[in-house]
Design a protein around this ligand. Structure first.
Ligand code: NAP
Length: 239
């Protein structure tokens, strides 16, 4: 397994849920962490807790769906920590409702944050990774990227799109020694479920830390080995 020490890692959506767990796990690997989300106080508090435990993390508040924000954020990260070696596209939102009740606003939010956000962050770091002939992009997709769920047209469309984006980026990047991994979790117990109507059994859900461990596993593979896709579900299957 490769060491991740001193790698510059950018995790989006790192203020809570899966992104926070991924940040904490990379903190334990002695990486240099850039943490992003729109809520500045959440990434500030995650950074402080990582730093208190011997890691290195800095908050970079931004909205992944804004191209201007992405370009300026990546410049700030490079200036503060150095070129990004690992990008984790994790920021995401979910709203579930029948297609006919899905407003333009709901649709745009999911496509712009989940799909366009991953595209913009990738575009901001990939040229440097290609130049350096080294890098890793990890996309936190969902089983909704390969399986249709009723009442999730916008969410599934954004996640199926992320699978396409991951696959094409991988094929363009592999000749430059840059890796792309798509992680497809089933239900994980995070605050994302607070805004989703329905009776879900949280005791059956995976923990954010379980997903963080799969990210670390993918990133620690030997130089010549690429884990392309990981599907990880609760033992009970879909909830
Ligand atoms: P969560 O607890 O709601 O956290 C989402 C994170 O993304 C927050 O830090 C949020 O911060 C950030 N975010 C949202 N919009 C953003 C934007 N425009 N710019 C920057 N950051 C933004 O969600 P989660 O469950 O951890 O989900 C994380 C990822 O895993 C998502 O892509 C989700 O689709 C995927 N996933 C989740 C599950 C699950 O069951 N939980 C399963 C499969 C896949 P702000 O709101 O402050 O910006």
């Amino acid at each position: 397994m490769n060491s991740l020490e001193n790698k510059v890692v950018w995790v989006t959506g790192a203020g809570r849920g899966i992104g926070k767990a991924i940040a904490v796990a990379f903190g334990k690997e002695k990486t240099m962490l850039a943490l992003s989300s729109r809520t500045a106080n959440e990434i500030k508090s995650v950074s402080e807790s990582i730093n208190k435990n011997g890691g290195t993390a800095c908050p970079f508040p931004c909205d992944v769906s804004s191209e201007a924000d992405m370009n300026s954020t990546v410049k700030k990260i490079e200036k503060t920590l150095g070129d990004v070696n690992i990008l984790v596209n994790n920021a995401g939102v979910a709203r579930f409702m029948p297609l006919v009740e899905t407003s333009m606003d709901d649709w745009d939010r999911m496509i712009n944050i989940n799909l366009k956000g991953a595209f913009l962050c990738t575009k901001a770091v990939l040229p440097t990774m290609i130049e350096q002939k080294e890098g890793h992009i990890v996309n936190i997709v969902s089983v909704a990227g390969i399986q249709p769920f009723p009442n999730a047209s916008g969410y599934c469309a954004s996640k199926y799109g992320m699978m396409g984006l991951s696959a094409v980026t991988r094929e363009e990047a592999r000749e430059h020694n840059v890796k792309v991994t798509a992680i497809l979790p089933g239900a994980v117990d995070t605050p994302i479920w607070n805004n989703i109507e329905g009776d879900f059994d949280h005791s059956k859900m995976m923990l954010p830390e379980d997903i963080a461990q799969t990210v670390i596993l993918a990133c620690k593979q030997p130089k010549k080995t690429l884990i392309e896709d990981i599907i990880i579900r609760p033992i009970t299957g879909n909830l």
